[in-house]
Design a protein around this ligand. Sequence first.
Ligand code: THU
Length: 160
Amino acid sequence: MKDFDITVHVVVKGVNELTDEELRLVESAKEATFRSYSPYSKFSVGAAVLLDNGVIVTGSNQENCAYPSGLCAERTAIFYANSQYPSNRVSALCIAARDVSGAFTTVPITPCGSCRQVLIETEKRGGKDIRIMLYGTDAVYFIESARSLLPVSFDDSFLK
Ligand code: THU
Protein backbone atom coordinates (compact mmCIF):
# COMPACT_ATOMS: atom_id res chain seq x y z
CA MET A 1 0.00 0.00 0.00
CA LYS A 2 1.07 3.58 -0.65
CA ASP A 3 -0.47 6.80 0.40
CA PHE A 4 0.07 10.48 -0.13
CA ASP A 5 -1.12 13.78 1.29
CA ILE A 6 -2.14 16.83 -0.65
CA THR A 7 -1.84 20.16 1.05
CA VAL A 8 -3.26 23.53 0.11
CA HIS A 9 -1.17 26.60 0.77
CA VAL A 10 -3.26 29.51 2.09
CA VAL A 11 -1.82 32.96 2.70
CA VAL A 12 -3.83 34.97 5.22
CA LYS A 13 -3.77 38.77 5.14
CA GLY A 14 -5.62 41.47 6.99
CA VAL A 15 -7.58 43.97 4.89
CA ASN A 16 -5.00 46.63 5.80
CA GLU A 17 -2.28 44.50 4.15
CA LEU A 18 -3.89 44.38 0.70
CA THR A 19 -2.36 46.05 -2.36
CA ASP A 20 -4.39 48.63 -4.30
CA GLU A 21 -5.17 46.07 -7.01
CA GLU A 22 -6.31 43.53 -4.41
CA LEU A 23 -8.47 46.14 -2.70
CA ARG A 24 -10.07 47.05 -6.03
CA LEU A 25 -11.06 43.41 -6.56
CA VAL A 26 -12.32 43.04 -2.98
CA GLU A 27 -14.43 46.20 -3.30
CA SER A 28 -15.90 44.92 -6.59
CA ALA A 29 -16.84 41.57 -5.01
CA LYS A 30 -18.35 43.34 -1.99
CA GLU A 31 -20.38 45.68 -4.20
CA ALA A 32 -21.64 42.71 -6.23
CA THR A 33 -23.25 41.22 -3.11
CA PHE A 34 -25.78 44.07 -3.26
CA ARG A 35 -26.92 42.81 -6.68
CA SER A 36 -27.51 39.27 -5.40
CA TYR A 37 -30.97 37.75 -5.85
CA SER A 38 -31.20 35.50 -2.81
CA PRO A 39 -34.72 35.65 -1.34
CA TYR A 40 -34.52 32.00 -0.23
CA SER A 41 -31.17 31.73 1.53
CA LYS A 42 -30.81 35.46 2.30
CA PHE A 43 -27.11 34.83 1.82
CA SER A 44 -25.71 37.36 -0.66
CA VAL A 45 -22.55 36.37 -2.49
CA GLY A 46 -20.52 38.56 -4.84
CA ALA A 47 -17.71 37.51 -7.16
CA ALA A 48 -15.25 39.70 -9.04
CA VAL A 49 -13.15 38.35 -11.87
CA LEU A 50 -10.02 40.18 -13.01
CA LEU A 51 -9.14 39.68 -16.67
CA ASP A 52 -5.67 39.98 -18.19
CA ASN A 53 -6.72 43.27 -19.85
CA GLY A 54 -7.45 44.82 -16.45
CA VAL A 55 -11.23 44.62 -16.82
CA ILE A 56 -13.17 43.46 -13.74
CA VAL A 57 -16.35 41.48 -14.34
CA THR A 58 -18.71 40.80 -11.45
CA GLY A 59 -21.51 38.39 -10.67
CA SER A 60 -23.74 37.51 -7.76
CA ASN A 61 -25.76 34.50 -6.72
CA GLN A 62 -29.08 34.26 -8.54
CA GLU A 63 -31.60 32.02 -6.83
CA ASN A 64 -34.83 30.48 -8.07
CA CYS A 65 -37.91 29.02 -6.38
CA ALA A 66 -36.86 25.76 -8.07
CA TYR A 67 -33.73 25.77 -5.92
CA PRO A 68 -31.30 23.84 -8.18
CA SER A 69 -32.03 26.25 -11.05
CA GLY A 70 -30.19 29.04 -9.25
CA LEU A 71 -26.50 29.77 -9.77
CA CYS A 72 -23.61 30.74 -7.50
CA ALA A 73 -21.91 34.11 -7.79
CA GLU A 74 -18.63 32.58 -8.98
CA ARG A 75 -20.13 30.78 -11.95
CA THR A 76 -22.32 33.76 -12.84
CA ALA A 77 -19.17 35.93 -13.00
CA ILE A 78 -16.92 33.36 -14.70
CA PHE A 79 -19.47 32.42 -17.37
CA TYR A 80 -20.18 36.08 -18.03
CA ALA A 81 -16.45 36.80 -18.33
CA ASN A 82 -15.89 33.84 -20.65
CA SER A 83 -18.88 34.71 -22.80
CA GLN A 84 -18.11 38.44 -23.09
CA TYR A 85 -14.30 38.21 -23.22
CA PRO A 86 -13.49 34.79 -24.69
CA SER A 87 -9.98 35.91 -25.69
CA ASN A 88 -9.03 37.33 -22.30
CA ARG A 89 -7.56 35.15 -19.63
CA VAL A 90 -9.04 35.17 -16.13
CA SER A 91 -6.16 36.07 -13.81
CA ALA A 92 -7.86 36.44 -10.43
CA LEU A 93 -11.16 35.87 -8.66
CA CYS A 94 -12.39 37.36 -5.41
CA ILE A 95 -15.54 36.42 -3.51
CA ALA A 96 -17.32 38.08 -0.60
CA ALA A 97 -20.58 37.32 1.16
CA ARG A 98 -23.12 38.91 3.46
CA ASP A 99 -25.05 36.60 5.79
CA VAL A 100 -28.70 36.77 6.86
CA SER A 101 -27.92 39.72 9.15
CA GLY A 102 -26.73 41.69 6.12
CA ALA A 103 -23.18 41.91 7.45
CA PHE A 104 -20.11 40.72 5.58
CA THR A 105 -18.88 37.42 6.94
CA THR A 106 -15.95 37.66 9.34
CA VAL A 107 -14.53 34.39 8.00
CA PRO A 108 -14.07 34.05 4.22
CA ILE A 109 -16.53 31.84 2.37
CA THR A 110 -15.16 29.27 -0.05
CA PRO A 111 -16.42 28.26 -3.51
CA CYS A 112 -18.64 25.18 -3.77
CA GLY A 113 -17.47 22.07 -5.61
CA SER A 114 -19.27 22.89 -8.87
CA CYS A 115 -17.70 26.35 -8.95
CA ARG A 116 -14.28 24.83 -8.30
CA GLN A 117 -14.77 22.49 -11.25
CA VAL A 118 -15.66 25.43 -13.52
CA LEU A 119 -12.75 27.47 -12.17
CA ILE A 120 -10.31 24.66 -12.94
CA GLU A 121 -11.48 24.46 -16.56
CA THR A 122 -11.23 28.25 -16.91
CA GLU A 123 -7.72 28.08 -15.47
CA LYS A 124 -6.68 25.36 -17.93
CA ARG A 125 -8.22 27.31 -20.79
CA GLY A 126 -6.19 30.40 -19.87
CA GLY A 127 -2.99 28.41 -19.36
CA LYS A 128 -2.01 30.23 -16.16
CA ASP A 129 -2.98 30.00 -12.49
CA ILE A 130 -6.02 31.96 -11.33
CA ARG A 131 -5.27 33.71 -8.05
CA ILE A 132 -8.15 33.15 -5.64
CA MET A 133 -9.00 35.71 -2.96
CA LEU A 134 -11.59 34.88 -0.33
CA TYR A 135 -12.75 37.90 1.60
CA GLY A 136 -13.76 38.02 5.26
CA THR A 137 -13.76 41.12 7.47
CA ASP A 138 -11.25 39.49 9.87
CA ALA A 139 -9.05 37.82 7.25
CA VAL A 140 -8.54 37.50 3.52
CA TYR A 141 -7.38 34.13 2.23
CA PHE A 142 -5.14 33.88 -0.84
CA ILE A 143 -4.89 30.60 -2.71
CA GLU A 144 -2.42 30.33 -5.55
CA SER A 145 -4.56 28.48 -8.10
CA ALA A 146 -8.01 27.06 -8.78
CA ARG A 147 -6.39 23.65 -9.21
CA SER A 148 -5.16 23.59 -5.64
CA LEU A 149 -8.73 24.08 -4.39
CA LEU A 150 -9.88 20.83 -5.97
CA PRO A 151 -7.20 18.16 -5.83
CA VAL A 152 -7.66 14.83 -7.59
CA SER A 153 -10.24 16.45 -9.83
CA PHE A 154 -11.86 15.30 -13.04
CA ASP A 155 -10.49 16.87 -16.21
CA ASP A 156 -10.68 16.39 -19.95
CA SER A 157 -7.69 14.02 -20.01
CA PHE A 158 -10.10 11.29 -18.84
CA LEU A 159 -12.23 11.84 -21.95
CA LYS A 160 -9.42 10.89 -24.35
N1 THU B 1 -23.30 30.50 -2.93
C1 THU B 1 -22.52 31.18 -3.81
O1 THU B 1 -23.00 31.99 -4.62
N2 THU B 1 -21.18 30.94 -3.76
C2 THU B 1 -20.56 30.15 -2.84
O2 THU B 1 -19.35 30.08 -2.86
C3 THU B 1 -21.34 29.40 -1.87
C4 THU B 1 -22.81 29.53 -1.98
C5 THU B 1 -24.74 30.80 -2.94
C6 THU B 1 -25.65 29.71 -3.42
C7 THU B 1 -26.94 30.07 -2.72
O3 THU B 1 -27.60 31.08 -3.50
C8 THU B 1 -26.49 30.71 -1.42
O4 THU B 1 -25.15 31.08 -1.61
C9 THU B 1 -26.61 29.79 -0.21
O5 THU B 1 -25.96 28.59 -0.44
